[in-house]
Ligand binder design. Structure first.
Ligand code: DAH
Length: 347
């Protein structure tokens, strides 16, 4: 029995030296001082031992119990202290200096095309136009046919077209070459008065260079009502030019040809760099072309069941990228969609 006690003692001391926190110490206490511990069992069983042995074992066992109790108390203190010390180092180490300036979060920005698109739409919305969008994959019918451009019409040469499955013999389908097809779609589903602008992507099957991209943006405009006149076209577009380019701008309208308008015009503004005297930006002419426009052709109105004797309208279409190019002196349209952050971050 005495040997057993010695064994318990050495095992307990061993384990004690390996404890690392208060929880482990508590488990140790239960193991060696708890009701079910070997030592407690031995102390309980003392009565059944022969007297001589009982005396010796009783002394040893009680001594061991006292030893365990003291060890427990001492270890508890030192472990407690160690825990506080560790906590302190952790807290000190993880201290946050709330006076430090924050790390800046990199901010995204709107693409220059998006910015210009919104600006232009805002101007037309203020003039009473509604913004609508339409499909980029379009039927030949809307892109050409309904706009007075039948198959074999020479005007098809103005639009190098991406055809979709042209050989299939089905209804010909394409990537829209302009936003004008939306004129037809809008008129098909509404009755006058119509006042819409249509921003969106258009596609041309062309080699790219500094002034040509195979994908770019246009904004289309359409206004149809009783008594809409060419004066309304001029007034609206003049107002638009002033709001976008500045109050002092002058505009010039000259004849141009587009199959879906009659008469057709191009609108130019006086050069914002030289004021009209001629410079590099305006190629010495003093004028910069901005958009195509005209009075909606009676045949186009008939297509959508608008009576041209009752209703008249004007339409216009402008290339979007050209405008920031003029305003900011950007000399290559390809910069817009090549995703170079050094370019995009400037806007
Ligand atoms: N759709 C023409 C183009 O892409 C631009 C245009 C000209 C639109 C005259 C119009 C218009 O609405 O009336 O070249």
């Amino acid at each position: 029995m005495l040997e057993k006690l010695a064994e318990i003692k050495s095992k307990a001391i061993d384990e004690l030296s390996n404890l690392s926190d208060l929880r482990e110490l508590e488990a140790w206490r239960v193991r060696y001082l708890g009701k079910k511990s070997e030592l407690t069992q031995i102390l309980r069983g003392l009565a059944s031992l022969p007297l001589e042995e009982r005396k010796a074992v009783s002394a040893s066992a009680n001594e061991l119990k006292a030893f365990f109790e003291t060890s427990h108390r001492e270890n508890k203190e030192s472990l407690k202290e160690r825990t506080y010390r560790d906590l302190e180092t952790t807290v000190k180490g993880e201290k946050i200096d709330v006076t430090l300036p924050g790390r800046p979060i990199p901010l995204g920005r709107l693409h220059p095309t998006t910015q210009m698109l919104r600006k232009i739409c805002d101007i037309f919305v203020a003039l009473g136009f509604q913004v609508v969008e339409g499909p980029e994959v379009e039927w030949d019918y809307y892109n050409f046919e309904a706009l007075n451009i039948p198959p074999d019409h020479p005007a098809r040469d103005m639009f190098a077209t991406f055809w979709i499955d042209a050989e299939s013999g089905q209804r010909p389908m394409l990537l829209r070459t302009h936003t004008s097809p939306m004129q037809i779609r809008v008129m098909e589903r509404t009755r006058p008065p119509v006042r819409v602008v249509v921003p969106g992507k258009v596609y041309r099957y062309e080699a790219t260079d500094a002034t040509h991209e195979s994908m770019f943006y246009q904004i289309e405009g359409l206004a149809v009502d009783e008594h809409t006149t060419f004066s309304d076209l001029k007034g609206t577009l003049y107002e638009f030019a002033k709001r976008l380019f500045g109050e002092e701008r002058q505009v010039r309208f000259r004849c141009d040809y587009f199959p879906f308008v009659e008469p057709g015009v191009e609108m130019a503004i006086d050069c914002m760099v030289c004021g009209g005297s001629g410079c590099r930006l305006c190629s010495g002419t003093g004028w910069i072309e901005i958009l195509g426009a005209g009075m909606v052709h009676p045949d186009v109105l008939r297509r959508v069941d608008y009576d041209p004797e009752v209703y008249t309208g004007f339409a216009f279409g402008l290339g979007l990228e050209r405008i920031p190019m003029l305003m900011y002196g950007i000399d290559d349209i390809r910069l817009f969609y090549s995703n170079d952050l050094r370019f995009l971050r400037q806007f």
